[in-house]
Ligand binder design. Sequence first.
Ligand code: 1AE
Length: 408
Amino acid sequence: MNEKPGYALARYLLVDKPDQLERRAEGMAVGLTVGSWTDLPATRQASMQPYCGTVEGVEIQEELENGRVRAEVTIGYPTRNFGPSIPALLTTVFGKLSMDGQIRLVDLRLPKSFIAEFPGPKFGVDGVRERARVHGRPLVMSIFKSCIGQDLDELAVHFREQAAGGVDLIKDDEIFFSEQLAAPETRVQRFRQLADDIASTTGKPVLYAVNLTGPTFGLLERAKRLSDLGAGALLLNVVAYGYDVLQALASNPDVHVPILAHPAVAGAMYGSATHGISSHILLGQLLRLAGADIAIYPSPYGSVTLAAKEGAALVESLREPNGLKPVLPAPSAGIHPGLVPTLVRDFGMDIIVNAGGAIHGHPLGATGGGQAFMAAVAAVGAGQSLKQAAEHSEPLRLALDKWGYPSA
Ligand code: 1AE
């Protein structure tokens, strides 16, 4: 699907009777833009023309039972109708339409001039690498697990154990909202101290990605505060809050740390083959427009998976040249050190290897888990096999014994 200046091109997969397709497409183009204009005088129709949607294509894909077909329909929506607002864009291209039977939004092509109106990532791949001081290999992020119900002292022990493994980032679990026992502000201050102590001996920073929780209208102030207190990054459950929240945070100059987008809730929207929105739009394209620096997504190999083709499309949308900085993809869910070569084969070096279970479930504990991942990414960065690297790394050997290593 090519770009059309001044129009957002939305491609849908839908089911209908073949003789209804043209009319349905026309109804979408007009109904989601200028409403109905059939009864309007010609002069009024002409003045509304620049705001009216256009039918760009109708193509039957498959004959189904009961006389229906599956078809691809492409509609162009004038971008002047909504401006650089993701809520307005989504409401136009897939607002009430999303409830109109079997229909799925499978692709969205936006003009470069329209994309340029969005903030996009403030840091992107290079900015995050710079802050973590990591080049030439994938980054490693450890996920806090078993954190609910723990106070600050207990959490500090977990932080130190993870950091001692040499990982580049440590992120809160997305379900960690433990305000009463250890507020995000106190965690950032305490972990910053620990990270500084560790950095003074290792010479390498470890960034703490704190979960940005609480009521929506307090998020911006909290994000500024956490940035000032020394957070390494801010974790946001973007789909639960909404893309506009991310955009407001990312475009604010006082939020001066990278934003890490978690995909929680997105499966409810991309999971069906016949309804919803494709994952590369939700977890790729829109996150990048709104300003995520790091995008977590289910890899094709772990415990919560995304089909390989969809994962590839998602990563492509985080990186394709479009004028905005590229986003760092963080393939996740069930990731263990043996998967590192496969991740790099499929997604390249510019990724964050993100793991929780395989860090904390390592036979030597979270420190050993981190060391195993660090040995794996170092090996891949140096073009060495994991088997060779495991000869010099006991933590990696133990991890490979426990979780195996599919050949990349
Ligand atoms: C796709 C989301 C993955 C996630 O949030 C998470 O916590 C993964 O943890 P592990 O590595 O599967 O234990």
